[in-house]
Write a protein that binds this ligand. Structure first.
Ligand SMILES: Nc1ncnc2c1ncn2[C@@H]1O[C@H](COP(=O)(O)OP(=O)(O)OP(=O)(O)O)[C@@H](O)[C@H]1O
Ligand SMILES: [Mg+2]
Length: 290
């Protein structure tokens, strides 16, 4: 017996069976800016925040968007992932937020990817959490530091560290939207309520325009019932906040980080690269990115 060929209709369903809309290639932009700032946020570690920051950024850059990645994690993984050595930095995002004389343009670096710049971080940033506590308007330091470069970019992606501390609150205060990468694992939803509560607090007290742009399932394995169950539960709880795009689990992502390249450059035709391009198109179609 031959297995029946998948029909067109079946192919155009997402992981929870919703009809998958067509996300067109984004139209070329006539000019650039002002940027929409998106914070990549989940206090759970290792869920794909940095991978999403780098690869969504690279995909948007391929579509002609001017993109700035802000590494807001002292581990510096986003910086390393686009080829910047965090140990050799004279200036990093730490200097930008702690020293009034340092401008974003002093710290921003171009990457090897056209249209993709990075504001790098290193371990120095770990001191900022404590040092910021005594600052005036300590929650809006990042927002203020980014303001002068908003006009140069279409999208600014902030890679948060796995915590809900003051640095993350700064990212949420600076942001227009939050993207929540969620690993398709058993305890994935644990902690999401607290994250949503934090986002709502920041919206009420500091940043009234803040929106949750979407929840992005990562490390999805369609062969396991388990992955499908996690995504179904997210859909039950969050409805259309669950994005259509899911990112599959593949070693190509760690491989690409070892090569210090986005997957879109390292393995341009790999399903992982295709998925991040779809995410870029989905966000543009939703109005969450230029
Ligand atoms: N879709 C995926 N499939 C397989 N591995 C992945 C995938 N996405 C990310 N990874 C790998 O999982 C690890 C954690 O990913 P990543 O660093 O993006 O998570 P994170 O949320 O930024 O972590 P942290 O909270 O420590 O900052 C990395 O080794 C990364 O290469
Ligand atoms: Mg990270």
């Amino acid at each position: 017996m031959f297995a029946p060929a998948a029909t067109e209709a079946e192919e155009r369903r997402d992981a929870v069976g919703r009809e998958l809309p067509h996300f067109p290639d984004p139209a070329p932009l006539a000019g650039h800016g002002p940027a929409r700032i998106i914070a990549m946020c989940n206090q759970k570690g290792g869920v794909g925040k940095t991978t999403t920051t780098i690869n969504l950024g690279a995909a948007l850059a391929e579509y002609g968007r001017r993109v700035l990645l802000v590494d807001f994690d002292p581990q510096g993984a986003a910086s390393v992932g686009v080829g910047v050595n965090p140990h050799e930095l004279e200036l990093s995002v730490y200097n930008l937020i702690m020293e009034r004389t340092v401008q974003a343009t002093d710290v921003i670096r171009e990457t090897t990817i056209e249209n993709l710049d990075v504001l790098p971080a290193n371990i120095d940033l770990s001191a900022a959490e404590v040092q910021l506590v005594g600052e005036v308007a300590r929650e809006s330091v990042l927002a203020r530091a980014l303001r002068p470069v908003l006009d140069r970019y279409d999208v600014i992606l902030v890679d948060c560290q796995p915590s809900l501390g003051l640095l993350t609150v700064n990212a949420l205060t600076a942001a227009h939207g939050v993207l929540i990468p969620l690993e398709c694992e058993f305890f994935a939803l644990r902690g999401v309520a607290l994250l949503v509560e934090t986002i709502e607090k920041v919206r009420d007290r500091l940043n009234p325009g803040l929106e949750i742009d979407g929840i992005l399932p990562t490390m999805y394995d369609s062969r396991t019932l388990h992955s499908r169950e996690v995504v179904a539960r997210v859909h039950e709880a969050f409805g259309s906040t669950l994005l259509h795009t899911v990112i599959g689990r593949t070693v190509k992502f760690p491989d690409a980080s070892v090569a210090a390249e986005p997957i879109t450059a390292y393995a341009p035709n790999h399903p992982g690269a295709v998925a991040y391009r779809q995410l870029a198109r989905e966000l543009v179609a939703r109005g969450d990115a230029a």
